[in-house]
Design a protein around this ligand. Sequence first.
Ligand SMILES: *Cc1c(COP(=O)(O)O)cnc(C)c1O
Length: 406
Amino acid sequence: MATIDASSIGEKTQAVINTFNRYVVPNYKRFPVCLVRGQGSRVWDAEGAEYLDLFPGWGCNLLGHCPEPIVRAVQEQVAKLIHVPNTWYTEPQGEWAKALSERSFGGQAFFCNSGTEANEAAIKLVRLRTDGKRYKIITFKGGFHGRTMGSVSATAQPKYHEGLGPMVAGFQYAPHGDLEAVEKLIDDHTGGILVEPILGEGGVVPAPEGFLQGLRRIADERDLLLVFDEVQCGCGRTGKWFGYQHFGVTPDVMTLAKSLCAGVAGGAMLTTVELARHLRPGMHAATFGGNPLAAAAGVAALEMIENENLLGHVDTAAAIFRERLEALKDRCDAVADVRVIGMMIGVELTIDGSAVVQACLEKNLLVNCTQGRVIRLLPAMNISAADVHEGCDKLSDAIIEVASRG
Ligand SMILES: *Cc1c(COP(=O)(O)O)cnc(C)c1O
């Protein structure tokens, strides 16, 4: 069983916790569980307990834990070339950029290592296009764009700004979905609009009907760059390669990370050939960006999704989640809303979500809570139907249990 109360923490786990307490900066709230091994949608802790993971790698482990084709690609690459600087050409980086371009809007890629870095590149591109004259970027309340100073300034949630001021200048926040507010904010210094097509951290909320289309129209009319942050919703998770493909609206710039390399660290900013030239040599860089290991993993992830028809499988697995969670909503007042966009799932509750996460952990089920009351699942694209059912059984029990405590 999962150990959750301090008196029952196993010896091995306690030793690791002691090391952390002494040597690791305490900037994360951690469960008292030490994970040591994973396979598919299963993960094991240092005491030997097994968990069903519906939130593998915080959305990074798109294909589950240790997917065989990714492991093999990285193993082969790591023995050939681990890293060389971007002053040289490498085969994997070119192949990776081509593969991403062909599955999106035909542009070019800048590679980095994380989501926040990808957004920093997008912010710089917006500013560089007009030599800094139009430096302002409109973003949305409830959005999340990362933790470096530019990206956190772009993030319109006060809790992420606390104690960090002053923020980077030039970001203006509009209510999510409000096109009129966007139009009102635009002035001669506005250069771009940055938005998640599906809010992730904000509670798994797809753009309302017509919103992205409206942003596209405004961007075209006012000569602004439309930037989509697909760090969480991109790369196949939703059943299409990219979130924007659900809405029929193409961005000028798109940022990717999290699941981009199926668990290996990697990020990218994609933009059109025309715009890419504004990132001139010397204007931006990431030392590890596009390194051969990340590139090999990134290419292998795209190939695995195609070889195993996982975009199609996502629709099948999503249908089961939707049916099971809708049924739960019908019989349980604690469930206010169910949002399933492929393997991006939000279960909005009327009760405290963290208590439900804790109850799930006691049932050896790993889930996440965001915005206080939204249980967020980002399951692996290749999750089995049996695991979906088991996960829904346990999550339903946990919600009903916590709700009945009153
Ligand atoms: C997680 C996330 C980021 C930040 O990514 P990091 O890799 O943690 O820097 C940015 N945007 C969105 C939408 C995210 O979900």
